[in-house]
Design a protein around this ligand. Structure first.
Ligand SMILES: CC(C)(COP(=O)(O)OP(=O)(O)OC[C@H]1O[C@@H](n2cnc3c(N)ncnc32)[C@H](O)[C@@H]1OP(=O)(O)O)[C@@H](O)C(=O)NCCC(=O)NCCS
Length: 186
């Protein structure tokens, strides 16, 4: 994870709208985004290996724990990966539910790739738009040199197409197996 970031608290304030960012009302209320941390690892692996996520992945395969863990540890320390986890306060007040993750991979000094995965338990409940939009807001706030974002989405992944389209991404290349969607952020 990038080391020169503001604190988790700053990120949470940004995501919850207390600094004027992300104040839009959605069904996904009380959502906060924070940097990923070590204890998120098994959750992200489970979401990645959920059948729907596997079906929408480039490899079409589940990932082993060892491969995931090596990647995850790299992601937590890498200057080229910015990994956010969205949480919502549990209704039983027992803690926070992990709702999803939004990941940014730097591909150049001016562009980054973005991907999104919602916890299967929370899919279909309207969380994805909020996670993506607020993830982008936090990312762009901290990485102001990045001018454009790109996402790879299968033509059959209608939910993902819809959320990226609604967030301002447009399909710029449909010649490959995955469509390439882009959005300018500065
Ligand atoms: C893609 C994904 C992030 C979408 O999140 P979600 O929680 O399932 O979707 P949401 O409930 O937030 O719905 C998002 C929009 O897609 C629509 N939608 C949901 N499922 C749909 C489907 N099967 N067909 C068409 N539209 C669909 C919703 O109606 C909503 O649009 P609306 O706001 O106009 O009502 C989630 O399904 C996921 O993590 N999938 C596995 C990983 C993945 O595919 N990631 C994306 C790779 S780029």
């Amino acid at each position: 994870m990038w080391v020169n970031l503001a604190s988790d608290q700053d990120l949470q304030l940004s995501a919850s709208g207390e600094d004027g960012v992300g104040v839009e009302e959605t069904s996904a209320e009380n959502l906060v985004l924070r940097c990923a941390r070590a204890d998120d690892s098994p959750h992200l692996l489970a979401w990645r290996n959920d059948p729907a996520a596997v079906k929408n992945s480039e490899s079409l395969h589940a990932i082993t724990f060892d491969i995931h863990q090596a990647w995850f540890e790299m992601a937590l320390t890498s200057d080229e990966c910015f990994l956010l986890v969205a949480e919502q306060k549990a209704s039983d007040a027992l803690g926070m539910n992990r709702v999803g993750t939004c990941r940014f991979d730097l591909v150049s000094t001016h562009s980054a790739a973005v991907s999104l995965n919602v916890n299967p338990f929370f899919r279909g409940q309207g969380f994805s738009l909020r996670v993506l939009r607020e993830g982008i807001q936090i990312f762009s706030k901290h990485f102001s040199s990045i001018e454009s974002l790109a996402a790879k989405i299968l033509p059959t992944n209608r939910a993902s197409q819809k959320v990226f389209f609604t967030s301002g991404f447009r399909l710029v290349d449909s010649s490959q197996r995955f469509g390439r969607w882009e959005k300018r952020i500065s």
